[in-house]
Design a protein around this ligand. Structure first.
Ligand SMILES: Cc1ncc(COP(=O)(O)O)c(C=O)c1O
Length: 381
């Protein structure tokens, strides 16, 4: 249940329990205005200029804050705009800890912080127990940034344990929960300080908008700095995209349930199949993070999985070009299934295994998706 005692499903379906008081409209309007009039005392009565925020975005933020059990939420023009605003709060000399395999755009941003802005960044191996604890320096580390599940190996990081390590060290814990939207994992309740989503993915859900979101457990100086960074750099989400995001979110719970069920069926089918070295999916009992995933995720184990194929990069790339239903495209979280050879997409700095195929599983029928992968493997191997 949420802060206002509605279940997440009901809150999502009703777009934040919205009915317009003036018109009775059951869908909020798009407030396209970029500027807002002052009153007779020359005061602003709510909004001023839409780079600071707009009513349509504020509506989505209210829903997101409820979904996450957050004190507040902010939406941005992309996931990377949100991540950049978060790391804008970090100064030269600070020590940041993050996973070695993580979303490569965020890793790139951290490397630039280290190269250009004098921030010390330490990457840890999320597949190794105890690696996070070793990387964190008590009294010195200011930010611990984690992803769960880690893209694209789907290692599961224990958010509760990471929160404890961060708290003891005096650091802030930020969680990129793009792959685990709030219908399955609620990072703030597990002890995170800030949760991030590329809303381009599951929250939007239809591969038709770019957006990012941050939600905070507490209203504090860092949060106000993040809000100021959004205004300064113009990373705010436009009103039309905010409206589209809210429209997409209304079916998040249904989409995610089907996607996670499809992903589990695919993972089970291909585990142990000839030609497949490994299936990386937290829903499999054989996955190292399965027990942690069971503890911290609800209603399934996510809809992202990776296949390590025998025969290396060449076979993997061939398989990715032989699918008929899985679209060979980057991104994730949409209603249509996607396949990608991740190392190609990430480029030469990629730490991803060369034989890894990443699958973003959609809402199609599982048996048809499995048949598609079977024929692609048969023709590509
Ligand atoms: C896990 C993760 N974090 C962050 C991002 C960045 O989000 P955006 O592409 O919306 O800027 C992505 C995008 O692929 C992602 O997959």
């Amino acid at each position: 249940m949420t802060g206002n005692d509605l279940s997440l499903d009901t809150l999502l379906a009703q777009g934040g329990h919205f009915v317009d008081r003036e018109t009775g409209a059951v869908v909020p309007p798009v407030h396209a205005a970029t500027t807002y009039a002052r009153n007779s005392r020359y005061e602003l009565t709510g909004y001023g200029y839409s780079r600071d925020g707009n009513p349509t975005g504020a509506h989505v933020e209210t829903v997101l804050a409820k979904l996450e059990g957050a004190a507040d939420a902010l939406v941005f023009s992309s996931g990377m705009a949100a991540i950049a605003a978060f790391f804008d709060t970090v100064s030269a000399g600070e020590h940041i800890v993050a996973p070695r395999v993580m979303y490569y755009g965020a890793a790139d941003l951290l490397r630039r912080l280290a190269d250009r802005r004098g921030v010390e960044v330490e990457f840890f191996d999320a597949s190794q127990p105890g690696a996070l604890e070793t990387a964190v320096r008590p009294g010195r580390t200011s930010v611990v940034w984690i992803e769960t599940c880690v893209n694209p190996t789907w290692d599961v990081i224990d958010v509760r344990a990471a929160a404890e390590v961060a708290r003891e060290a005096g650091a802030v814990l930020g969680v990129d929960a793009t792959a685990t939207p709030p219908v399955t994992l609620r990072a703030l309740e597990l002890g995170a300080d800030i949760v991030f989503h590329s809303a381009t993915k599951y929250l939007g859900g239809h591969s038709d908008l770019l957006a990012g979101a941050l939600a905070t457990g507490a209203l504090n100086e860092r949060w106000e700095e993040i809000r100021a960074a959004r205004t300064r750099t113009g990373g705010v989400l436009g009103a039309f995209e905010a409206w589209l995001l809210l429209r997409g979110m209304r079916t998040l719970h249904l989409r995610y349930e089907r996607q996670a069920a499809n992903a589990l069926a695919i993972a089970r089918h291909f585990e142990g199949r000839a030609g497949i070295e490994a299936v990386l999916y937290p829903g499999l009992a054989s996955h190292a993070g399965h027990e942690t995933a069971k503890r911290q995720m609800e209603g399934g184990f996510g809809a992202m999985l990776s296949l390590l194929v025998e025969g290396g990069a060449e076979v993997a790339k061939r398989v990715a070009t032989r699918t008929r239903l899985f679209v060979p495209a980057t991104s994730l979280g949409g209603v249509e299934s996607l396949i990608e050879h991740r190392a190609t997409v990430e480029g030469p700095l990629s730490a991803v295994p060369a034989n890894l195929l990443r699958l973003s599983v959609g809402i199609e029928r599982a048996d048809e998706l499995i048949a598609d992968l079977e024929q692609a493997l048969a023709r590509g191997s």
